[in-house]
Design a protein. Structure first.
Length: 144
């Protein structure tokens, strides 16, 4: 009888400990979800229409310090196709001619808040056939 009580007590402790660990892992996962504040921008959505690529970008930061530096970094990432969550498809239609990006601080802000900035990257001469992968001097950067 004493041996059975010891086994039951050990079993209860193990189940309690397992329950606490599962709860802790669950809480850590919920707390970490959509809380990427690494400061590394990421594109989370895109549409392409008539040579204009519209991107939804998250800054993954509490704020954007230097808006122009941030915009140039995002454009560099577009040209290098270096986003973590999204790859621009260039094999069929080639590179887009223009970029129109709405920037949010965090992914959970999309649809809930207004974008913190808008980045437009357009060719200086609209008569010239060019793409964002071409010479950056042919483009004008506008930040709203």
């Amino acid at each position: 009888m004493i041996k059975r009580n010891k086994v039951m007590t050990i079993l209860k402790w193990m189940l309690t400990l397992a329950g606490i660990l599962i709860l802790l892992l669950f809480l850590l996962r919920i707390n970490g979800r959509d809380r990427d504040l690494s400061g590394v921008p990421d594109a989370v959505g895109s549409t392409l229409s008539g040579g204009i690529c519209s991107l939804t970008v998250t800054a993954n930061a509490e704020r954007i310090g230097d808006r122009e530096t941030f915009a140039r970094e995002v454009i560099r990432m577009c040209r290098e196709n270096a986003f973590r969550s999204l790859r621009l498809s260039t094999d069929v239609g080639g590179w887009p001619e223009e970029l129109d990006m709405k920037v949010y601080l965090r992914r959970e802000d999309i649809g809930e808040k207004e974008p913190v900035m808008r980045i437009l990257y357009k060719p200086a001469d609209t008569d010239v056939d060019t793409s964002i992968a071409d010479d950056p001097e042919k483009y004008i950067l506008t930040i709203e």
